[in-house]
Design a protein around this ligand. Structure first.
Ligand code: SF4
Length: 721
């Protein structure tokens, strides 16, 4: 963005965007961030950044930065003082709690919050107010990965790290367009492939994406049939004796639902998933499935699976995650360098600030759960609150939270650092809910599609205008230093929360001197949980550490559950999945099942949505970067060329995408960077223009276990517009 000669000092931080967690150095001149470069000492990116990362300075001085609090009066936003705005927020909370009880209020946070912010919100709502109505946008992007890890291994988050990429020989990428959504991780796979001609890349996705550019095999299956595909791969692994019998006998159990089954029963379950039968379900060739299973299970080769929203955003998301884990457990390709199932994360601190802090409606810090009385006791002790005041029942998860607002049950909702007015599926219904409730929004920008619905908007400090901790997708905890002052009267979200806490009468529990004190209180809750986090002082100095770090001065952990890497596993045990009472992971018999909505004569196409390289989420940041805005000013719908011809649609024509819930008007893209298979259309979810916001069309059905909505599949029709 500017000449490096203009830089007075470089300050260490982490990229503000995706869950890759690239380390950055921000160049400061005269109190402004004028340049960003990749941190060469950060193991994640070793100095590289993608287009979004390198243009980060431009998100700071945007013309829509909110500089002071706003209160809506007679339908108009009016400038207010901090005291006036915070007093009003506290009064509304008090009024609702007194009249309708603590469950009449709620909080919706973000995987972009710092860990300190999420920790304080969790303590305020769960510990002080006494409601578990605190959820966040990671519910919509990776709750199924959480439920998958917990049900299979007993503990959340991956066993491996990104360092496995350089050790893997076979990459199985399913439901992830890493080339655009996680470009730096993808670049490491490209480098690995270029370094060794024997490395194989398998990409499984109903849409041909840029990620498939390096694929040796592309499996373009019918949307929603990946459970059948994964079971079929397990079938071939067993049929062709590619499983590791010793590993399976020592380290796994087989389960069907809640029932323990034998290997023979599991094998009988798989009888319905021969490649020949599954070829019909998936639209693939039986030989393709066999080839892929053989590559996956090849003896002496290291295999790494990577996935993200394609598996997670589904009503069978948890099961899909279980089935990828199955393949690694059957072959013993797990807990060894280069061998790991690895769920990628979408946001910079979805792991660090939500999964680890426990800022979801069923969780408490360090992977504890609200339903466990001992967990509540342990947390209450550190928080200095009465455990009897903490609710034992999970609060509203995301869809329930916004439904409660629409039903009039949720009287006050505080949204921090996220934009549900654009990002929630079946949006029409839930935007009405946001209008109905007393909505408080803490935001760096205004207006957004959420802040426009608010009653009070509080100006937030952004990124390196505040100190904080982020935790990326590989268990890496990283520190962001404050580099510049926030503009106008903007303040860190942690300050917003603590000021309201004081006004609600809990000031004594939030008298922290600085972020380090907040972190060290939180860290106490991680000690002895096998999620032990490192001290703040170390994080300030070092370039990220992967937990557990049980010795505050000792090394971090490369691979969990396995000696010699995991400090909690004895050498003689070799491998121990200690999240499970018997130390064994579970291989689940999970059947294929259709998505919630299948195409029919009225709505004949599958719709799927996703990210593109240039933009991020609801584009409050990226549309403020002129270079990015020029490159991709408007979203579109990708249509398969054969379908487009049948419908008489040409590239660039405007079409309507219509579902049972709503519609969008978008430009048709044919043979572009992404090519959906016939019978499917695909839309990037980034557009902020109401007529192009695809979440008016998507479905709000959700996974029974993870409660994650099925953004990835619904039925639509295409009309010429
Ligand atoms: Fe930022 Fe992700 Fe790009 Fe890295 S890959 S620079 S974390 S957006």
């Amino acid at each position: 963005p500017t000449s490096q000669q203009d830089v007075e000092k470089w300050v260490k931080g982490v990229c503000r965007y995706c869950g890759t967690g690239c380390g950055v150095l921000a160049g400061v001149n005269k109190g402004k961030i004028v340049a960003v470069k990749g941190d060469p000492d950060c193991a994640v990116n070793k100095g590289k950044l993608c287009v979004k990362g390198i243009l980060l300075p431009k998100i700071m001085d945007a013309k829509d930065r909110l500089l002071h609090p706003l209160i809506k009066k007679n339908g108009q936003f009016v400038r207010a003082s901090w005291d006036e705005a915070l007093d009003l927020v506290a009064a509304k909370f008090k009024e609702a709690i007194a009249q309708y009880g603590p469950d009449s209020v709620g909080y919706y946070g973000s995987g972009q919050n710092t860990a300190e912010e999420a920790y304080i919100a969790n303590k305020l709502f769960k510990g002080c107010i006494g409601t578990n109505n605190i959820d966040g946008n990671p519910r919509t992007c990776m709750a199924s990965a959480v439920a998958g890890y917990v049900s299979t291994f007993g503990k959340d988050e991956p066993m491996g790290t990104y360092a496995d990429i350089e050790k893997a020989d076979v990459f199985f990428i399913i439901g992830s367009n890493m080339a655009e959504a996680h470009p730096i991780i993808y670049s490491r796979i490209v480098d690995r492939k270029n370094s060794d001609p024997n490395v194989k890349v398998i990409v499984a996705d109903p849409r041909r994406t840029r990620t498939a550019d390096i694929a040796d095999i592309l499996l373009q299956f019918i949307p929603g049939t990946d459970l059948a595909l994964l079971n079929s791969m397990a079938y071939v692994l067993i049929e062709e004796d590619l499983i590791d019998k010793d590993f399976v006998a020592k380290h796994t159990n087989f389960m069907q639902g809640e029932k323990k089954i034998t290997f023979e029963e599991y094998k009988a379950f798989l009888a319905d998933y021969s490649p020949e039968k599954v070829a019909e379900i998936t639209g693939l060739a039986a030989d393709q499935i066999r080839t892929v299973a053989r590559l996956f299970g090849a003896k002496g080769k290291n295999t790494m699976s990577l996935w993200t929203m394609g598996l997670n955003q589904r009503i069978r998301g948890t099961w899909a995650n279980n089935l990828v884990h199955n393949l690694h457990l059957l072959t013993g390709k797990i807990c060894k360098p280069g061998n790991t199932p690895f769920s990628l994360t979408g946001q910079p601190s979805a792991c660090g600030s939500i999964r680890e802090v426990g800022a979801l409606s069923h969780l408490l810090p360090a992977h504890r759960v609200v339903t466990n009385p001992q967990h509540r006791e342990e947390v209450a002790k550190v928080w200095g609150v009465d455990p009897a005041k903490m609710s034992p029942k999970p609060g509203y998860h995301t869809i329930e939270l916004f439904r409660a607002a629409a039903d009039g049950k949720l009287k006050v909702l505080w949204v921090i650092c996220t934009n549900p007015g654009q990002s929630i599926p079946n949006l029409e219904l839930y935007r009405k809910g946001m209008e109905k409730t007393f909505l408080v929004v803490s935001e760096a920008y205004h207006p957004t599609r959420t802040s426009e619905l608010a009653d009070v908007v509080l100006p937030s400090a952004l990124w390196m205008e505040k100190e904080g901790i982020y935790g990326n997708g590989e268990r890496r905890t990283q520190h962001i230093a404050k580099a510049v002052e926030p503009p106008g009267e903007a303040k860190p979200d942690v300050w917003h929360l603590m000021e309201v806490a004081k006004r609600l009468g809990f000031g004594n529990l939030f008298a922290y001197k600085d972020n380090e004190e907040i972190w060290e209180e939180y860290r106490k809750l991680t000690i002895g949980t096998k999620m032990d986090l490192p001290p703040y002082a170390r994080l300030r100095k070092e370039h990220g550490l992967t937990w557990p770090v049980p010795d505050p001065n000792g090394p971090d952990t490369y691979i969990r559950y396995a000696a010699p890497w995991d400090p909690f596993v004895k050498k003689e045990e070799g491998i121990k999945f200690y999240g499970k009472p018997d130390g064994r992971a579970v291989i689940f018999a999970r059947p294929h099942a259709n998505p919630q909505e299948m195409p029919d004569s009225e709505y004949p196409f599958f719709l799927s949505t996703g990210r593109i390289l240039e933009h991020w989420h609801t584009t409050t940041m990226t549309m403020n970067v002129p270079e990015i805005k020029r490159a991709m000013p408007e979203m579109y719908v990708e249509i398969n060329a054969a379908d487009a011809e049948k419908l008489g649609i040409k590239d660039g024509d405007y079409v309507k995408v219509v579902s049972r819930r709503g519609q969008c008007r978008l430009k048709a893209k044919i043979n572009g960077r992404g090519q959906p298979r016939p019978g499917m259309v695909w839309v990037p979810f980034h557009d902020t223009e109401i007529s192009r916001m695809i979440n008016f069309v998507t479905i709000d059905a959700f996974d029974d276990t993870s409660k994650q909505p099925e953004y990835k599949i619904c039925a639509v029709r295409i009309e010429k517009a």
